[in-house]
Design a binder for this molecule. Structure first.
Ligand SMILES: [Zn+2]
Length: 230
């Protein structure tokens, strides 16, 4: 399975409410998928677009995407982002598209938008894609997963929004949560995506984090970086 990675794109930041990053991820199985549309469409053929939530850094460039895509939505509240005349399906629970298994899971993050993470499985290889979260409703899909892709918007301190369990948990605290639950990706690697300002200088911060979590092999992902999962 091939993934075209998404981190923050610092060359052309999407700036809103202090957010200077946006995210999308392209992956190819027996079909062509993209998760989120924070970056503008790069003219690549996409069959299905999955959305994690309705924050600007995840859907801000959705108008640049063609109507030939099938939009996969968790609820009616997401219909407003679908262009007129485009195909859409509701994808609320485990769904198979061709040979690709897609398992959305709910996470606490926003007071205004349903927020999802995804577990994707294709030919026995699986990964978790979770860019924004305070915490998942439950961690069961993290078990028996080969790779984790986790948002690292903040390094040490959680970012709290208004309301209970909303905002972004820091990557340090989230790795602690995973470790406490004895959840490790089967292939060892945790890819860090959607990096926030407090994750820079990147190499120094990741080295620090790595020394605190020797059981996880941490790797930061850059925009456009090709990752082959096997
Ligand atoms: Zn968000």
């Amino acid at each position: 399975m091939e993934i075209l990675g998404a981190a923050a794109n610092w060359s052309a930041p999407f700036k809103t409410k202090g957010i200077k990053k946006f995210t999308s991820c392209f992956f190819q199985t027996d079909a062509k998928f993209q998760i989120d549309a924070g970056n503008k469409w790069d003219k690549r053929k996409i069959d299905y677009l999955l959305i994690t939530h309705l924050h600007q850094d995840h859907i801000g460039r959705i108008k640049t995407y063609p109507k030939t895509i099938t939009y996969c939505l968790p609820s009616k509240s997401f219909l407003k982002i679908v262009p007129k005349g485009a195909k859409f399906i509701f994808l609320k629970k485990k769904t198979k598209i061709g040979q690709t298994k897609i398992e959305p899971f709910l996470v606490h993050h926003s007071t205004t938008s349903i927020t999802l993470g995804y577990k994707i499985t294709y030919r026995k290889i699986s990964f978790i894609w979770l860019p924004d979260y305070f915490t998942p409703f439950d961690f069961s899909l993290f078990k028996n997963t080969d790779y984790y892709f986790l948002g690292a918007s903040c390094f040490r301190k959680n970012i709290l929004h208004h309301g209970y369990l909303t905002g972004q948990k820091s990557i340090t605290n989230f790795l602690k949560d995973l470790k406490k639950r004895k959840l490790f990706p089967k292939r060892g690697i945790v890819y860090l995506i959607h990096l926030g300002l407090s994750m820079f200088p990147r190499d120094i911060k990741i080295k620090k984090l790595q020394s605190e979590f020797p059981n996880y092999k941490l790797e930061a992902v850059s925009d456009g970086q090709k990752i082959v999962l096997k």
